[in-house]
Design a protein around this ligand. Structure first.
Ligand SMILES: Cc1cc2nc3c(=O)[nH]c(=O)nc-3n(C[C@H](O)[C@H](O)[C@H](O)COP(=O)(O)OP(=O)(O)OC[C@H]3O[C@@H](n4cnc5c(N)ncnc54)[C@H](O)[C@@H]3O)c2cc1C
Length: 385
C-alpha cells in the first residue's frame, strides 16, 4: 500500500461514496484505492460504462467501445461497488446527508463517512427535433454510424451538414466530420454556425486565426454572429445576432454543441469540502465540472482540472479521516490545452497562453495527456500532483 504524506489512518473501516463516475470520480477512486486498505468505496453513476468523453469526436475513426470502460471492470480493478442510479441532490439534501451520514439509493440505505459529488455539469439543454443530433447522441452511438444513416449517404447532388457552436467540442467534431466525409466520399458541404465573431473565444486569439485559415482551406462555410433557430427537412433557419434578420440555408442535418451548463455549481472551500450558506460540510466533498473551489487553483471546465480536483479531494478525505487531519489546498493551474483538428492537426497552448503550438507537436501533447489518463484508469498514476 502506497504512503500518503500526512495520512495516519485510524483503525476503523472507512466508507466513502462517490456520486458520478466521470473524470473527477475516477481520479478520486484511484487515489482512495491506492492509499487506503481499510476502505469500502461505493460509486454511483446511472451509466453502465465510464466514457472517455475527451475522445468522443474520434468515433468517426474508432468504435465507441474503444472509449468505454465498463463499471464492472472498474469494480474489479479498484475493489469498489458500482450502483447504477442517478442521484437527485440540492443544498438541503447535502445538509441532511452531512447530519445523517447515509443516503438512500434504489431503496437501499448506503452509510458513509465521506461523500464526494462529481456529477459534471452537462450540456446546455435543447429540445432536438427532426434531423438534429446533440452530444448525448454521440454518447450512445459512434459518429461514423450516426452519419451513415439513410438520410446521410453518398450523394451526387451537393448537400450540407451544419455544426452549431464554435467552442472546443464543435470545432473538434467539425474537423473530424470533414475528414470522415472525405474518406467516405460523401459529397456534403459543412457549415459552422457560431454566435460570436471568433471561434474558441476563451482561448488565445491564435487559435481562432489558425482555425479560420484551416476552414478556408477546406471550404467550410463559417457563419459568425449567427444563432440557430431550427433545422427543417432540408434547410436550417438561422438569425443574425445584430440585425435580427432570418437566414435560411440548405442543410440536411444539424449537430448542436452549445456548450456546458453553468448553473447548479457546488461551492467548496480550498480543500474541496462543500459550503452551503457559508457553512462547511466537513464530510461532503465535491470535484470536477460541478464544483467551484474558493482557491487559487483552476476552476476551468477541463478534464485536467477535474482529475486534479478529484485526486485532491480523495487525498483530503483520507487525511480528514486520519489522526492528523492536515488538509492540502487546491493550487493546480492548467498548463496547456490542445484542440484537435482531425487526425493530422491540432492547435493548443503549452506552459503560457502566448505559446501557441500547432500540427504534430500539438497532437503529440494531446496524445500524451490522454495516455496519462488511460494509465490512471488501469491504476498507474503518472501525474506529478
Ligand atoms: C467532446 C469533448 C471533448 C473534450 N475534450 C477535452 C480536452 O481535450 N481536454 C480537457 O481538458 N477537457 C476536455 N473536455 C472537457 C472534459 O471532458 C470535462 O471537463 C470533464 O469530463 C469533467 O469531468 P467530471 O468528472 O467533472 O464530469 P464528467 O466527466 O462529465 O462525469 C460526470 C459523471 O457523473 C455522472 N452523473 C451525472 N449526473 C449524475 C447524477 N445525478 N447521479 C449520479 N451520477 C451522475 C455522469 O453519468 C458521468 O459519468 C471535453 C469535453 C467534451 C464533451
Amino acid at each position: 500500500m502506497a504512503l500518503l504524506p500526512f495520512y495516519i489512518p485510524k483503525s476503523n473501516r472507512l466508507k466513502v461514496v462517490i456520486i458520478g463516475g466521470g473524470y473527477a470520480g475516477m481520479a478520486a477512486l484511484t487515489v482512495l484505492s491506492r492509499y487506503a486498505s481499510n476502505i469500502d468505496i461505493t460509486l454511483i453513476d446511472p451509466l453502465e460504462k465510464h466514457i472517455k468523453i475527451t475522445h468522443l469526436h474520434e468515433t468517426f475513426r474508432y468504435p465507441l467501445s474503444d472509449l468505454q470502460v465498463s463499471f464492472k471492470d472498474i469494480e474489479k480493478r479498484f475493489d469498489c461497488r458500482h450502483i447504477r442510479a442517478s442521484v437527485t441532490l440540492d443544498e438541503k439534501m447535502l445538509c441532511q446527508w452531512q447530519a445523517d451520514n447515509y443516503l438512500v439509493i434504489n431503496e437501499e440505505v448506503i452509510n458513509f463517512d465521506y461523500l464526494l459529488v462529481t456529477t459534471g455539469c452537462g450540456s446546455k439543454e435543447v429540445n432536438p427535433s427532426g434531423n438534429v443530433l446533440t452530444l448525448q447522441d454521440f454518447m450512445t452511438s459512434a459518429g461514423s454510424e450516426l452519419l451513415t444513416t439513410p438520410s446521410i449517404k453518398e450523394n451526387s447532388t451537393e448537400q450540407s451538414i451544419s455544426i452549431i457552436g464554435g467552442g472546443a467540442t464543435g470545432i473538434q467534431f467539425l474537423f473530424e466530420i470533414n475528414q470522415f466525409l472525405n474518406r467516405k466520399k460523401i459529397n456534403y458541404k459543412l457549415n459552422l454556425i457560431h454566435s460570436h465573431d471568433n471561434v474558441l473565444g476563451q482561448f488565445p486569439a491564435g487559435f481562432n486565426a489558425h482555425i479560420q485559415k484551416r476552414m478556408q482551406d477546406l471550404n467550410i462555410n463559417f457563419y459568425a454572429n449567427t444563432v440557430f433557430q431550427e433545422q427543417q427537412t432540408d434547410k436550417i433557419v438561422l438569425q443574425e445576432k445584430q440585425s435580427g434578420k432570418q437566414i435560411e440555408l440548405p442543410s440536411t442535418l444539424s449537430l448542436l454543441f452549445l456548450g456546458k451548463q453553468q448553473q447548479h455549481k457546488l461551492t467548496a472551500n480550498s480543500f474541496g469540502q462543500i459550503i452551503v450558506k457559508q457553512k462547511t460540510l466537513p464530510n461532503i466533498f465535491t470535484a470536477g465540472d460541478c464544483s467551484y473551489y474558493n482557491s487559487f487553483g483552476s476552476n476551468a471546465l477541463t478534464a485536467q482540472s477535474a482529475v486534479r480536483k478529484g485526486k485532491l479531494s480523495a487525498r483530503n478525505i483520507l487525511r480528514h479521516s486520519g489522526i492528523l487531519q492536515l488538509l492540502e489546498p487546491y493550487l493546480h493551474r492548467d498548463i496547456g490545452y490542445v484542440v484537435s483538428l482531425g487526425s493530422n492537426d491540432a492547435v493548443g497552448w503549452l506552459a503560457s497562453k502566448n505559446n501557441i503550438i500547432t500540427g504534430i507537436p500539438a497532437l503529440s501533447i494531446k496524445e500524451l495527456v490522454e495516455a496519462q489518463y488511460d494509465l490512471l484508469l488501469i491504476g498507474v498514476d503518472t501525474y506529478l500532483i
